[in-house]
Design a protein around this ligand. Structure first.
Ligand SMILES: [Zn+2]
Ligand SMILES: [Zn+2]
Ligand SMILES: [Zn+2]
Length: 261
């Protein structure tokens, strides 16, 4: 399976509008971060998309995306949700509704905010995104792919991270319950929230991300959801072996496995 990071930025993206800090003025493409999202493409071509941030259209064009079989939502904050309308292009190409998954609280919130995308009757017009909402929990088969929903805390809220094969994607996380640690064992690749150096109540800062990366013990950990406080080269120099700074467009290939745990 192939993993593509569509974006690794925090809610404002980098550069931040109006900011002239060294990261925002940097010419290094690895300091240009769109809002967090990723795809997993299976060997048979099935594509799972995690979140639909406000940059989805540009990310899809940049990565030549032409298919989305299902969307896994972590939570409904605007930086993970508000590109939902651009799912319309995939509905138009595929001529069928796209199933979207999230925990119960998130799926209700999404269906409330974007009620026009969840038609009650069968739709044959594709002028809007046409989606079906599903509650994700535990191990599921989604579009023929084994996916495990792993609850984590984002400040006071329980949101979802996802494990597919030996990859797990944990964005917007401030704590990992002991009951979720079992699902994070034996990972090859871990994507992990690392907002900035300073403490934040709803995200891991660098110190916390390094602590949890050590506890989870994936072979490779990649830091995501970074603000402009973290400059690519400077941060890279501060990381221990096995932990790296992710960037938009990063692609990794992992063997597909049928039973993830
Ligand atoms: Zn976020
Ligand atoms: Zn800046
Ligand atoms: Zn959030």
């Amino acid at each position: 399976m192939q993993i593509t990071l569509l974006g690794v930025g925090s809610s404002a993206g980098t550069p931040v509008i109006g900011c002239a800090c060294p990261t925002c003025r940097s010419n290094n493409p690895k300091n240009k971060r769109t809002r967090c999202s990723m795809t997993v493409t299976m060997d048979d071509g099935t594509v799972l998309l995690v979140d639909t941030g406000p940059d989805l259209r540009l990310q899809a064009l940049r990565e030549n995306m032409n298919r989305v079989d299902a969307v896994l939502y972590t939570h409904y904050h605007a930086d993970h949700l508000n590109g939902l309308d651009d799912l319309r292009s995939f509905c138009q190409r595929q001529r069928k509704p796209i199933p979207v998954y999230a925990n119960e609280h998130t799926i209700q919130g999404i269906m409330q905010r974007f009620s026009y995308a969840f038609p009650v009757r069968e739709q044959h017009h594709w002028d809007k995104p046409v989606l079906s909402g599903h509650v994700a929990s535990g191990k599921m088969e989604i579009a023929g792919v084994e996916v495990q929903a792993v609850p984590v805390l984002h400040g006071p809220y329980e949101i979802l991270s996802y494990r597919i094969g030996k990859m797990a994607y944990l964005t917007d996380v401030s704590d990992i319950p002991a009951t979720s640690m079992g699902a994070l064992q034996g990972l090859e690749v871990l994507f992990l929230d690392c907002l900035r150096d300073r403490f934040h109540p709803s995200h891991f800062n660098l110190e916390q991300a390094l602590h949890w990366a050590g506890r989870i013990g994936a072979r490779q950990t990649w830091l995501i959801h970074m603000t402009h406080d973290l400059e690519y080269e400077e941060l890279s120099r501060r990381l221990p072996p096995g932990i790296q700074v992710a960037y938009d467009g990063l692609r990794l290939t992992l063997p597909e496995i049928k039973t993830p745990i």
